[in-house]
Ligand binder design. Structure first.
Ligand SMILES: [Zn+2]
Length: 234
């Protein structure tokens, strides 16, 4: 069917079955997909990939020695970035994962600070949680980034070996002990002499990244960089 016909038909079907912006709920028009134009212009970009000692690196400073770190968006309660993270994390929104994974990858490449990465490694979910959801949101992002960066995605080597219990009633030391055991490595040799990009959907305190680092640090000549779709704004 020619595009001259597809456009009016799509518009007509949108009038009958309106597709709504996943953030504000207004009907989408024209070429809008998932998010309307007025929500898109509110996107809180960090543009921090080219900046050494940016807020992501400072948040991890002294805890995760990484080569470079960056996030695409600032996450605030109720903002558009929160909707994008939740759409990917809880609803498996593949279109948003692809779009924002590719945007993140382009930002990293354009920065010149993420040029010598060998492997993309998503922060793993526990297999039980992955089974419940049917996907790992960080892996969805990695797959989109892989198409732009032309790098392999390694899943299953770094793995989460148990559910994270509720941390609320534990004191700080017990909490750290509890978290240290969460991740493990199947084949350390696969990461030897490599520069990996550890990818997460959101960085809040940096505790998850730190706990991944606790197992990765034992691998000889491994360099780590970190990228996330969003970082919580302070
Ligand atoms: Zn909207």
């Amino acid at each position: 069917m020619s595009t001259r016909l597809i456009r009016p038909l799509r518009e007509l079907s949108r009038i009958i079955f309106p597709t709504l912006c996943c953030h504000c709920g207004e009907p989408l028009v024209g070429d809008e997909q998932e998010l309307c134009t007025s929500c898109l212009v509110q996107l809180p970009w960090t543009h921090n990939a080219p900046i050494p000692e940016n807020e992501v690196e400072l948040r991890l400073a002294g805890r995760v020695p990484c080569q470079s770190a960056a996030a695409l968006l600032y996450f605030r309660q109720g903002n558009v970035a929160q909707t994008i993270v939740h759409q990917i994390k809880y609803y498996g929104n593949l279109r948003l994962a692809k779009q924002y994974g590719q945007l993140l990858a382009n930002e990293l490449l354009a920065s010149g600070r993420f040029g010598d990465i060998d492997l993309l490694v998503p922060v793993p979910l526990h297999p039980r949680r992955k089974l419940q959801r049917g996907y790992n949101q960080s892996q969805l992002l990695c797959e989109a980034m892989s198409a732009v960066m032309h790098l392999p995605v390694v899943t299953g080597n770094l793995y989460r070996r148990r559910y994270t219990d509720s941390q609320t009633h534990k004191n700080r030391l017990a909490r750290m002990d509890n978290m240290k055991e969460v991740f493990a490595i199947h084949r350390p040799k696969q990461f030897e002499n490599k520069h990996i990009l550890l990818v997460d959907d959101i960085i809040t305190t940096g505790a998850t990244t730190e706990n991944c680092y606790h197992v990765l640090r034992t691998i000889p000549n491994l360099r780590i960089s970190i990228a996330s779709l969003a970082v919580t704004a302070i």
